[in-house]
Ligand binder design. Structure first.
Ligand SMILES: [Zn+2]
Length: 69
């Protein structure tokens, strides 16, 4: 199993993930490109990563598998 999870166009190392949003982003701003996406914060990361629901679910699955090894 890979230590990386692909989110959008990025390969995220599982051990760098600090937290994953449990609910989709909503701020109501018309300019927002992240509406409905899930925020992922990386350890030492300057800006959040935005994942679709299926990407977020797969990331969590991969982290759980990785922790159980
Ligand atoms: Zn927003």
């Amino acid at each position: 199993m890979s230590i990386f999870c692909r989110i959008d166009d990025k390969l995220i190392p599982l051990y760098r993930v600090l937290w994953v949003a449990a609910t989709p982003h909503f701020c109501g701003e018309s300019e927002c490109n992240c509406e409905g996406l899930y925020e992922i914060t990386l350890d030492g990361g300057s800006e959040p990563i935005w994942a679709r629901h299926d990407e977020k679910e797969r990331l969590i699955e991969q982290i759980e598998d990785w922790q159980q090894r």
